[in-house]
Ligand binder design. Structure first.
Ligand code: GLU
Length: 448
């Protein structure tokens, strides 16, 4: 690694499983690192002790592994308390971290008053004027302070890799609380300490963090004493098809549920990589998606997460998969011929099992009393084996001549009897896989 190696991080809070919203952030960081020869850190932002759970931490790792998203380094914020203490001491020494004693109720009352006076509801920094005596008196009364960071005046600007120039006016933001009264640190702070110490070069995250970025850039400058060199990119939010906030449905859109539904990891990655991008959605391989990943092509407006479009990408991807890529996930005994015959009919790889049962096991097709004579005639007319891809054509042609049937009247009863399904792969491919014994039996069962 040299000084110019990009260093990225994906920093979920282990307070739940991964869902498409934070996975999209993970995918963007992963692909950016991969495209630019960089490194990716997975960092657990677990400062919220009450809500962070080991099972979520393990679950996030497992989901990322399943998706083939590898990380080069791993960190957990709860392991780094000493570093945060030291950084807080530095800010205190600079006079930039000040103790506060107002209660929630007092703050709410102040906000209401400011709003009434048509002033922005920003914290008024009353505690900055607290004298040592007043502080001592508050502490003597059993109060423990929480700590706010004194933001600079002025405007923070950065050149966002998605949005171009962005700005946050610091005077319209309240000084953020960095340390709670119980001594625990808030994400706003711990994230900055980590990003500086780990030498993170690019931060890609959701648009909901834009104000945070203004605050955190100011904090970075205070802590490091120099201008930050980090590149920021904010991804527009995701909505559902009705334009509603997707976050409400995140539970049903967890990576676990997509996995349970049988979606391909590569389809999920290809879909999320281009969601909201000017580049067309396509069933790209991991390498193709990496080589074309470009934050500059992202739209500035919210992107619609459409499960049907994801399924469409999944379908196209399955249709291209070679036998060698899927054999380990196919039913025992499945052949290449079987795979090539059915893959064009699958939305999900798991559906291969259904077709395997149809060609290799016993099924009970529905009775078709109206077509009983025709089906019996069809059973009689089955050619002798060996069968190949020409067999179905020879057989149905002979049946057409003998019965005068054609089109749907000819093919539909046969398909229903042989497969139990209304539609599916080409009969010329299926028939040799089913074989004469099973075909004859099914035609007679369906005849009743
Ligand atoms: N833990 C934060 C979150 O999940 C990380 C945000 C960031 O990337 O800085 O929102």
């Amino acid at each position: 690694m040299n000084a110019s190696t990009p260093r990225l991080r994906f920093a979920p809070s282990p307070t739940g499983f991964l869902h498409v919203g934070n996975l999209r952030t993970a995918v963007a960081n992963y692909l950016f690192a991969r495209r630019h020869g960089g490194q990716l850190m997975l960092r657990m932002d677990d400062t919220d002790v009450a809500r962070s759970k080991p099972e979520y931490e393990a679950g996030i790792q497992e989901d990322l592994r399943w998706l083939g998203i590898h990380w080069d380094e791993y960190a957990r914020q709860s392991d780094r308390m000493a570093q945060y203490e030291a950084a807080a001491d530095r800010l205190k020494a600079l006079g930039l971290l000040y103790p506060c004693f107002e209660s929630e109720e007092e703050l709410a009352a102040k906000r209401a008053l400011r709003l009434k006076r048509k002033l922005p509801p920003v914290y008024d920094r009353e505690m900055l004027r607290l004298t040592p005596e007043q502080r001592a008196a508050a502490e003597a009364n059993g109060k423990t302070p929480y700590w706010r960071f004194k933001l600079s005046d002025g405007v923070v600007t950065w050149n966002d890799l998605v949005f171009g120039e962005r700005r946050v006016k610091l005077p319209s933001v309240s000084d953020p609380v960095l340390i709670r009264a119980d001594g625990t640190f808030l994400y706003t702070f711990t994230s900055v300490v980590d990003d500086l110490e780990f030498g993170v070069t690019h931060i890609i995250r959701g648009e909901d963090h834009v104000t945070n970025t203004g605050i955190q850039i100011d904090l970075m400058r205070a802590l490091s004493g120099k201008p930050e060199k980090i590149g920021f990119a904010h991804l527009p939010l995701l909505t559902d098809a009705e334009g509603g906030k997707l976050s409400k449905r995140f539970d049903s859109l967890s990576v676990r549920s997509l996995r349970k539904d049988g979606l391909e990891p590569d389809a999920i990655i290809a879909y999320l990589a281009r969601l909201g991008s000017a580049d067309d959605m396509a069933p790209l391989t991991r390498d193709e998606v990496t080589a074309t990943f470009d934050l500059g092509r992202m739209s500035h407006s919210a992107a619609v997460f459409d499960p049907r479009q994801l399924l469409g990408i999944n379908r196209q991807m399955i249709h291209r998969l070679a036998f060698a890529d899927v054999v380990s996930r196919l039913p025992q005994g499945a052949t290449e011929d079987f795979w090539l015959s059915i893959r064009g009919n699958l939305d999900l790889l798991s559906e291969a099992r259904v077709w395997w049962e149809i060609v290799a096991e016993e099924i009970s097709p529905p009775e078709q009393p109206d077509d009983a004579d025709f089906l019996r005639a069809a059973a009689d007319a089955l050619p002798a084996e060996p069968w190949d891809k020409n067999t179905a054509g020879i057989w149905t042609k002979a049946l057409a001549t003998a019965t005068g049937r054609k089109g749907r009247g000819l093919y539909h009863p046969l398909r229903l009897a042989l497969t139990g399904e209304e539609s599916g792969p080409d009969m010329k491919d299926l028939l040799p896989l089913i074989g004469r014994d099973k075909a004859a039996r099914r035609l007679l069962v369906s005849a009743g």
